[in-house]
Ligand binder design. Structure first.
Ligand code: SF4
Ligand code: SF4
Length: 129
């Protein structure tokens, strides 16, 4: 079923912690030197070490075991995404829309596998449980 996101921003506000990234998310950010994004990304390497993704190169990507969104530059988990912006029209916009991570691109709480009523997504209200 196709639904329209109402851009209420609830999911982006909630998504501060432990969302999982993939190395393909990081590739364009590294190529474009998007330190504004990479400084909010924590990575865990296969040897168990952690670091902020700012300063990584593509040669580091094969050693990554897990990617976490979103954190502050000191590595502390955030309680909300740093890139959402509520504008005068009342809607929430993604400041990195053109390059946002796959977990955000694919987010569809009205789809059966997600169906997140706990999020209270207004775009889900008309769907059949
Ligand atoms: S909670 Fe639902 S309607 Fe609101 S921004 Fe997220 S997906 Fe869109
Ligand atoms: S990156 Fe954009 S789409 Fe993803 S949680 Fe943040 S504001 Fe929302």
């Amino acid at each position: 079923m196709t639904q329209d996101c109402r851009q209420c921003g609830k999911c982006c506000e909630k998504w501060g912690w432990d969302q999982k990234g993939i190395p393909e998310d990081l590739e364009p950010w590294i190529a474009d030197n998007r330190l504004d994004i990479l400084s909010h990304v924590l990575v865990r390497f296969t040897d168990g070490g952690y670091r902020i993704a700012a300063g990584l190169t593509t040669s580091d990507l094969p050693r990554i075991d897990r990617i976490f969104y979103w954190v502050d530059p000191d590595g502390k988990k955030r309680s909300s995404c740093p890139f959402f912006e509520r504008r005068d029209d009342g809607k929430v916009y993604c400041r990195i829309h053109d390059t946002k991570p796959a977990v955000c691109v694919g987010f569809a709480p009205w789809a059966a596998i997600w169906h997140d009523y706990g999020l209270n997504c207004p775009a889900c209200r008309d769907t059949t449980p």
